[in-house]
Design a protein around this ligand. Structure first.
Ligand SMILES: Cc1cc2nc3c(=O)[nH]c(=O)nc-3n(C[C@H](O)[C@H](O)[C@H](O)COP(=O)(O)O)c2cc1C
Length: 171
């Protein structure tokens, strides 16, 4: 058995999850661990590919959309963080949107999604834009999201991610 961990990240929350996955599974069967940008083709040949994303437009970014399109007939597991809501409804929406990019020939062995802290710089930028019309529609909620997401992913969530990866990989 072999595995790869391939991710896209804006503020490194995905890196935290990715490194816990690699620590949990060890590096003996590891084919590739790194970013989707410039990811070599051999990384996609692993028996299980862990795909990590950050949430934008309540979905995964283009890099992960393109990666998922390339993963045909594969066994994959998807992990990521979101920041604009911590309720089940929001998690379900993000999950549904991300899964819509998975090729029908591919098996999704697991999906792990938790909140990830939003960078302070981003919040400042959003607040400075003063919520002008045409700005990101999430603007009025940035302060709340910033507070809700602080400290995420937590130590417990990283532990749970490691346990999830082991369960997915050994299944
Ligand atoms: C430009 C930008 C857009 C975002 N859009 C969303 C979004 O649409 N929905 C959401 O739940 N979170 C959104 N977030 C929050 C991030 O997905 C969240 O902070 C995540 O943990 C970032 O992961 P990363 O650190 O791996 O990049 C956005 C963050 C940024 C910076």
């Amino acid at each position: 058995m072999s595995y790869s961990v391939i991710y896209s990240t804006h503020t490194d929350n995905a890196v935290k999850l990715a490194s816990r996955i690699v620590t949990a599974l060890g590096d003996q069967e590891l084919v590739f661990d790194g970013r989707a940008a410039g990811c070599p083709d051999f990384a996609l040949e692993a028996d299980t590919v862990f795909v990590g994303f950050w949430t934008t437009a309540n979905s995964c970014d283009k890099l992960i959309q393109n990666l998922l399109a390339k993963l045909k007939g594969k066994r994959i597991a998807i992990f990521g963080t979101c920041g604009f809501g911590s309720d089940q409804e929001h998690f379900d929406l993000v999950r549904k949107n991300v899964l819509s990019f998975v090729d029908p020939s591919t098996t999704v062995a697991g999906f792990y999604l938790v909140n990830g802290r939003i960078g302070q710089g981003f919040v400042h930028q959003a607040l400075e834009s003063n919520g002008a019309e045409g700005e990101d529609f999430h603007y009025p909620n940035y302060r709340r999201f910033y507070q809700e997401d602080a400290g995420h992913p937590t130590a417990a969530e990283l532990e749970a991610c490691a346990a999830w990866a082991q369960q997915v990989y050994r299944a």
